[in-house]
Design a protein around this ligand. Structure first.
Ligand code: UT7
Length: 322
């Protein structure tokens, strides 16, 4: 028996306003046809007045706490992944902590853009298994549409806003019982210029806008994701057939298809929400996870692989027994 991080509940939140491709095409030089064919995106949610990364994270966290059947005051660790914090400091995690009444525990943000939730899971799992905390909220929350250049059609049609959260608890258990099995994380800072924001507190003193060389990112994403998924399988001695569900970062339907094909995973095992939510960066994996838990596809006992790739580059994968 060893300490394991067991997932007790999931939750998510979306801004009130949904924006279709057709609505976007009335303001940006694009078309529903181009967006659907190149990305699979049909809809995204865009944060409005009063909706921020923190408010979405709080709503997602409350849903996850309710699903877990526990009080916010029992949480002693909050790790929040975001690239769009409410303030440069303090961490958005501390705003969530105060809202759910978990004051006094550990709370901080991690910045790994679209892979942020995977990084947050890896950090939280390590802290739970070493006894630094007992109950964690791991959150991915973004208002990415606030850092888009709405004059740049190559990026502004791709992203949306939202949040997802999970509750993890340290419990004594065995390898074949519920809990996180392994997390593999990577970064390669040589590719900064392929996906970045052209501003920041220490350089321009502004927030900046997202810049991406999409075609190059696409190529790296397929290779890196297939490699890290292979690493997780090698580490555990499992094969693609053993996996019940893959919950990938939702950037592009074509990346999901290409990665699944490379691994020999049937498309029906891949949870897809990119059509409804677009790319919500760090929120996309927990949003998709919560969607598939709530609609009954992901059930207790299932083996679930989470994976993501984003700016940095950063990428990673995590295997969980539900
Ligand atoms: O979340 C982090 C990870 N991010 C990703 O994984 C994103 C990875 N990249 C992608 O998903 C794709 O590369 C994109 C969806 C961004 C672009 O698709 P693509 O098939 O690589 O298109 P492209 O960039 O090669 O552009 C093809 C054409 C260009 O026109 P020309 O030069 O061929 O005449 C673009 O100007 O499509 C044009 N285009 C558009 N047309 C209509 C670019 N954006 C748009 C648009 N509407 N919104």
């Amino acid at each position: 028996m060893t300490l394991r991080s067991v997932l007790l509940g999931t939750g998510s939140a979306l801004p009130r306003r949904a924006v279709s491709n057709a609505e976007l095409a009335s303001q940006v030089d694009t078309s529903d046809e181009w967006i659907v064919e190149r990305t699979g995106i049909r809809n995204r949610h865009i944060a409005g007045e009063g909706e921020t990364t923190a408010t979405l994270a709080i709503d997602a966290s409350r849903a996850a706490l309710a699903a877990a059947g526990i009080e916010g005051s029992t949480i002693d660790l909050i790790v929040l992944a975001t690239a769009t914090p409410d303030q440069t400091f303090p961490a958005t995690a501390t705003i969530v902590q105060d809202a759910i009444g978990a004051n006094g525990g550990i709370a901080f943000d991690v910045a790994a853009v679209c892979s942020g939730f995977l990084y947050a899971m890896g950090v939280a799992d390590s802290m739970l298994r070493t006894g630094m905390a007992r109950r964690a909220l791991v959150i991915g929350s973004e208002t990415f549409t606030r850092i888009l250049d709405w004059e740049d059609r190559t990026t502004c049609v791709l992203f949306g806003d939202g949040a997802g959260a999970v509750v993890l608890e340290a419990r004594e258990g065995t390898e074949d019982g519920p809990g996180l099995i392994v997390t593999k994380l990577h970064a390669d800072g040589a590719h900064n210029e392929l996906l970045y924001v052209d501003g920041g507190p220490s350089t321009t003193g502004t927030v900046g806008h997202v810049r991406m060389r999409g075609r190059e990112v696409f190529r790296h994403a397929v290779v890196n994701l297939a490699t890290v998924l292979g690493e997780v399988l090698d580490h555990t001695g499992l094969t693609a057939e053993d996996i019940d569900w893959v919950v990938p970062h939702q950037a592009n339907q074509r990346i999901l298809d290409a990665t699944a094909k490379k691994l020999g995973l049937p498309p029906e095992k891949v949870v897809v929400t990119v059509d409804r939510h677009a790319n919500t960066s760090a929120a996309s994996v927990p949003l998709a996870l919560d969607t598939a838990v709530r609609d009954g596809r992901i059930k207790p006992g299932h083996l679930v692989m989470l994976e993501a790739m984003g700016g940095g580059f950063t990428w990673g994968a995590c295997l969980i027994r539900m």
